[in-house]
Design a protein around this ligand. Structure first.
Ligand code: NAP
Length: 250
């Protein structure tokens, strides 16, 4: 078996008995990851803002032979307040008692404008959903992650979160901040059972990519199903002690 994150191969029970929450599990990469994580034996908590879409993913997980029945966590990251986060953490504590994995996947693109034309309200919303909400969710779930003997947090970055690129505005800046949050958190838990890393999925055939590049040939893009190996690597015991790193899924 390969332990290189990008080509990591794994057995069908590699995540058995793990409890893993994925944000933005209603669509795109988060949905594909939720289905794979459930297929590999984990109890998956499907987070999103749209109940109807989450229920469709729930049904798809439920139809997987042998999969543990998932759980749904509805929370709009754009509008959730402190009480909403605490309520979510309390219900996770009551239902599961711990978390072994937290994948911060949900994000919004915002608008593609130069900084001098960028709308300040859109800027704040992108920074809030992509960075501040991930901070808030991390903070309330840390006690649950610390109850795991082998916990993993994954943040989702982007190529424009490593090299600034014209017209990517708040989205790019939010991904730089995401890399920073991941590094700070990793360093704070360097001597614990909690590892914290980032993944840049690379160009992937989802609705977000379509919004960013409406005219491109989508047939050449990897599908979300094809980029999951590093996520499974970081969620499994194979990556124990790997922390503070940022990986490319492609
Ligand atoms: P996507 O298809 O647009 O899915 C985004 C997910 O986030 C959806 O489940 C969406 O929910 C959820 N979400 C958005 N706003 C939310 C909010 N306010 N509250 C709760 N959930 C919210 O995007 P994707 O392409 O799969 O992207 C997944 C991650 O990969 C993102 O962090 C993105 O920045 C990153 N990424 C993607 C690419 C790419 O080429 N696709 C490249 C680099 C990085 P709804 O279903 O309700 O909309």
């Amino acid at each position: 078996m390969s332990t290189d994150p990008g080509t990591y191969t794994y057995s069908d029970d590699v995540l058995r008995d793990r409890i893993i929450m994925i944000t933005g599990a209603s669509d795109g990469i988060g949905k594909a990851l939720a289905l794979e994580v459930a297929r590999l034996g984990a109890q998956v908590i499907l987070h999103g803002r749209n109940s109807a879409k989450l229920e469709e993913v729930y049904d798809e997980v439920d139809a997987i032979d042998g999969a543990v029945r998932p759980s749904i966590a509805v929370l709009d990251l754009a509008s959730a307040n402190a009480e909403n986060y605490t309520t979510l953490a309390t219900s996770l504590e009551d239902e599961f008692g711990r978390l072994d994995g937290l994948v911060h996947n949900a994000s919004i693109l915002g608008e593609r404008f130069a900084i001098d034309q960028y709308d300040a309200v859109v800027w704040q919303k992108v920074m809030h959903v992509n960075v501040t909400a991930a901070f808030a969710l991390t903070q309330v779930t840390l006690p649950l992650l610390k109850k795991s003997e082998d916990a993993s947090i994954i943040f989702t970055s982007s190529g424009v979160g490593r090299t600034g690129k014209a017209f990517w505005g708040a989205y790019a800046v939010s991904k730089f901040a995401t890399e920073g949050l991941s590094e700070v958190l990793a360093d704070e838990h360097r001597h614990s059972a909690l590892r914290v890393n980032c993944i840049n999925p690379g160009a992937t055939r989802t609705n977000m990519r379509l919004a960013a590049y409406p005219a491109e040939d989508r047939s050449v893009l990897k599908t979300a199903d094809e980029i999951l190996a590093p996520y499974i690597y970081l969620l499994s015991a194979a990556s124990k002690n790997v922390t503070g790193e940022s990986f490319d899924a492609q």
